[in-house]
Design a protein around this ligand. Structure first.
Ligand code: A3P
Length: 285
C-alpha cells in the first residue's frame, strides 16, 4: 500500500487511516470534556503506554484491578481512535482518564472551554525517532521505514503520523494551563519521584509505600509481563512482535545504537534551529 492509502490528512496532520476513521474523528470533535477529566497527551512513542499504567494506579490509590483486567486502550482510551466509538465514555464515572496524540491546534472546542487536567509526556526526539522506526517495522498499518535516512528526513519534516515532533512540543508548551509536564527521561531516572509528583498534580494523597508499589509495578520488566499493557493481544497481522516488540527496550539513549554520526549531527542541527525559541529546560539537555 502507498502512503496515500495508509494515511488520512486531518487538520493538516497525517493520521493512520486504519485506526482513525472519519466517524471517530467526528466524535472527538463533538466530544464534551468534564473539568475533572485527566488527559494524557503525547507525541507517539514518548511513553504513552507507561502513563496509561501509572495514572489509573494513582487514581485507584494503588488498586491494580483496572491494570490487570482492562487493556490500556480501554482503560485510558485514545479519544481519536476508532475504538473509542465502541465505548460508552459518557457513562464512565469521574475522574475519567483519556489519551490523545493530538497536537494542540487539533483539540476539539470542548477542551478549550472546559480545560481538563493534562499530563504531557515528552521524550528525547532522537529516542522518539528510534522507537518510531521500530514501531513502523512491526505495524502493518504504517509505511515501511526503510531506508532509515529517508525516514529520518520525513520525521524531521513532520511527514509522519501526528506530524512534526517540534510542532507538537511547541504547541503544548505554549499553553501551560492545568498542564503537568514530565519527560520519559525523568521517569527512567527516578520513577518513584515521578509517580509522587504526578499524584500531587492529580490531588491524590498517597502513602510512600503505595507510591513505591505503583512505581515497582510500572517498571519496564514488570509492565512487559502485563498482557493488558504489552500489546500481545493485538493480532500479528496488525502488529508483528516477531519483527519488533511494542515494549521494546525501555531505555533512554538508544538513539546511539540507531543513528549514524552524520544522522545524529543533522538531527542536532534541525533540533537546534527548531527549538531556539522554546522556553523550557528539557531533561535530555
Ligand atoms: P522503546 O521503543 O524505545 O523501547 P508509546 O507508549 O508512547 O508508544 O511509547 C513506547 C515506548 O515507551 C517504547 O520505547 C516502550 O518500550 C517504552 N515504554 C513503555 N513502557 C515503559 C516502561 N514501563 N518503562 C520504560 N519504557 C517504557
Amino acid at each position: 500500500m502507498t502512503e496515500d492509502d495508509l494515511y488520512t490528512v486531518y487538520k493538516g496532520v497525517l493520521l493512520p487511516t486504519l485506526i482513525h476513521p472519519p466517524q471517530s474523528l467526528r466524535r472527538y470533535e463533538a466530544f464534551t470534556f468534564r473539568p475533572d477529566d485527566i488527559l494524557i497527551v503525547t507525541y507517539p512513542k514518548s511513553g504513552t503506554t507507561w502513563m496509561q499504567e501509572i495514572v489509573p494506579l494513582i487514581v485507584s490509590g494503588g488498586d491494580p484491578a483496572s491494570v490487570e483486567t482492562l487493556h490500556n486502550w480501554d482503560r485510558v482510551p485514545w479519544l481519536e481512535e476508532a475504538r473509542s466509538c465502541s465505548l460508552d465514555l459518557d457513562a464512565r464515572p469521574s475522574p475519567r482518564m483519556f489519551t490523545t496524540h493530538f497536537l494542540h491546534h487539533m483539540m476539539p472546542p470542548s477542551f478549550f472551554q472546559v480545560r481538563p487536567k493534562v499530563i504531557y509526556v515528552m521524550r528525547n526526539p532522537k529516542d522518539v525517532f528510534t522507537s518510531t522506526f521500530h514501531y513502523h517495522r512491526m505495524a502493518s498499518f504504517l509505511p515501511d521505514p526503510e531506508p532509515q535516512s529517508n525516514f529520518l528526513n520525513k520525521f524531521l519534516e513532520g511527514k509522519v503520523m501526528f506530524g512534526s515532533w517540534f510542532d507538537h512540543i511547541k504547541g503544548w508548551l505554549n499553553d501551560r494551563e492545568r498542564i503537568f509536564y514530565i519527560s520519559y527521561e525523568e521517569m527512567t531516572n527516578d520513577l518513584i519521584d515521578s509517580v509522587a509528583r504526578i499524584a500531587v498534580f492529580l490531588e491524590k494523597s498517597l502513602d510512600n509505600d503505595v507510591i513505591e508499589k505503583i512505581a515497582e509495578r510500572c517498571r519496564f520488566e514488570n509492565m512487559k509481563k502485563n498482557s493488558m499493557s504489552n500489546y500481545s493481544a493485538v493480532p500479528k497481522e496488525i502488529m508483528d512482535d516477531t519483527k519488533s516488540e511494542f515494549l521494546r527496550k525501555g531505555i533512554a539513549g538508544d538513539w546511539k545504537n540507531q543513528l549514524t554520526a552524520a544522522e545524529a549531527e543533522h538531527f542536532d542541527a534541525v533540533y537546534k534551529d527548531n527549538t531556539k525559541d522554546v522556553d523550557y529546560k528539557f531533561a535530555w539537555g
